[in-house]
Design a protein around this ligand. Structure first.
Ligand SMILES: NC(=O)c1ccc[n+]([C@@H]2O[C@H](COP(=O)([O-])OP(=O)(O)OC[C@H]3O[C@@H](n4cnc5c(N)ncnc54)[C@H](O)[C@@H]3O)[C@@H](O)[C@H]2O)c1
Length: 339
């Protein structure tokens, strides 16, 4: 397997690379990433000198450069994670979400189509795995779960750009026979997440004794999955997922935002009492995000039933490990925020 992982310097991508680099099936692992503010090579220090690892600083919006990577490394498998990924940024500046998430995916699909489906192609049994989000399904009320057949109803520029890329991947399978799979996953947490997303923002605010911003009434509900469980699920789908199929990935783990925030406050107080304690007093409700989806919840029974994957980490354990990681890695946090 000559594996191309796009977005490998980001949060999920770097955890995924650590997870798969030593797998015997992988002959070469190419990380294609243009290193936006969210991409950090420091996340990959442990694999940088690995004999199988190659880094390609390429922007997916550059069609010719993207094709060159797929061609030169004789790529047989793609795990496509590179994206603009932060909903708030998509509201203040949607342009990059359109060019990277939609056009970038198109360029990568075209590169694979050219290298894998042309009559002179020698690539055997290739696979294109598109990594997507549950946000494409829109918002739920108090009950119900997203299944793989839930109609798409994206509400933010981020989720609509991901929905568009899912549709392109689907179309390349149905129109050209490109061998694809898609996964739609719920919110991830864990080490190396850029401190702009809820969990690291809250941890950092507590450490800095700054106000902890909570949108609206704090009762928006998300399903949370430990990033290392997501990496294992992605690897399972690349290996065993049926072509043309979609698999939902989730943690069976719904939390209202305010309850996660309180849990983080209490855990930091326990781990680092020298910071002063009573961190819940820092919680500050702020004006709600425009179009803020109320609730996401995933039915992940298909991937369990058909491919045998379930999350291995309990949330209570994973969140403690994550908080510990951020407390122990303040140099990393300062470096990424400086960039
Ligand atoms: N974080 C989550 O909770 C979550 C949940 C479900 C799905 N996803 C999806 O998983 C993928 C990875 O998410 P993440 O949280 O790791 O994102 P991230 O923002 O941490 O990392 C994205 C990476 O993509 C790279 N990138 C961005 N634009 C690029 C371009 N034009 N060319 C090449 N590289 C580019 C960045 O440099 C960065 O390394 C995304 O596709 C996202 O939609 C994320």
């Amino acid at each position: 397997m000559n594996l191309l992982i796009t977005g490998g310097a980001g949060f999920i991508g770097s955890n995924l690379i650590h997870h798969v680099i030593d797998d015997a099936k992988v002959a070469k692992l190419v990380n294609l990433d243009c290193l936006t503010y969210a991409g950090r090579l420091e996340n990959l220090e442990q694999v940088a000198k690995h004999p199988k690892y190659v880094f390609e600083k390429v922007d997916l919006r550059d069609k010719a450069a993207t094709l060159k990577v797929v061609e030169q490394h004789a790529i047989t498998h793609v795990m496509h994670l590179a994206a603009e990924s932060h909903v708030d940024r998509s509201i203040t500046g949607p342009g990059d979400f359109i060019t990277t998430n939609i056009l970038g995916t198109f360029n990568l699909l075209e590169a694979c189509r050219e290298c894998w489906l042309s009559p002179k192609s020698k690539v055997q049994s290739p696979k294109f795995h598109h990594v997507s989000t549950d946000e494409v399904y829109g918002s739920l009320g108090a009950t119900g779960l997203f299944t793989e057949t839930t109609p798409y109803a994206p509400n933010s520029p981020y989720s609509s750009s991901k929905a568009s890329s899912d549709f392109l991947v689907r179309a390349y399978h149905h129109t050209y026979g490109l061998p694809t799979v898609i996964t739609n996953c719920s919110n991830n947490y864990g080490p190396f997440q850029f401190p702009e997303k809820l969990i690291p923002v809250v941890i950092q605010s507590v450490i800095a004794r700054k106000a902890i911003p909570v949108y609206g009434d704090g009762m928006n509900v998300r399903d949370w999955l430990y990033v290392r469980d997501h990496a294992e699920a992605l690897w399972t789908v690349l290996g065993k997922g049926k072509l043309g199929e979609t698999y939902n990935i989730g943690g069976h783990n719904e939390w209202a935002n305010i309850h996660i925030v309180q849990l983080i406050c209490d855990t930091v107080d326990e781990f680092a009492p020298q910071l002063g304690g009573n961190s819940r007093s820092l919680i500050t409700y702020v004006k709600d995000r425009p179009g803020h989806d109320r609730r996401y919840a995933i039915d992940a029974s298909k991937i369990q039933r058909e491919l045998g994957w379930t999350p291995a980490h309990k949330f209570e354990q994973g969140i403690r490990e994550t908080i510990r990681w951020y407390l122990d890695n303040q140099d990393w946090v300062k470096a990424v925020l400086k960039k």
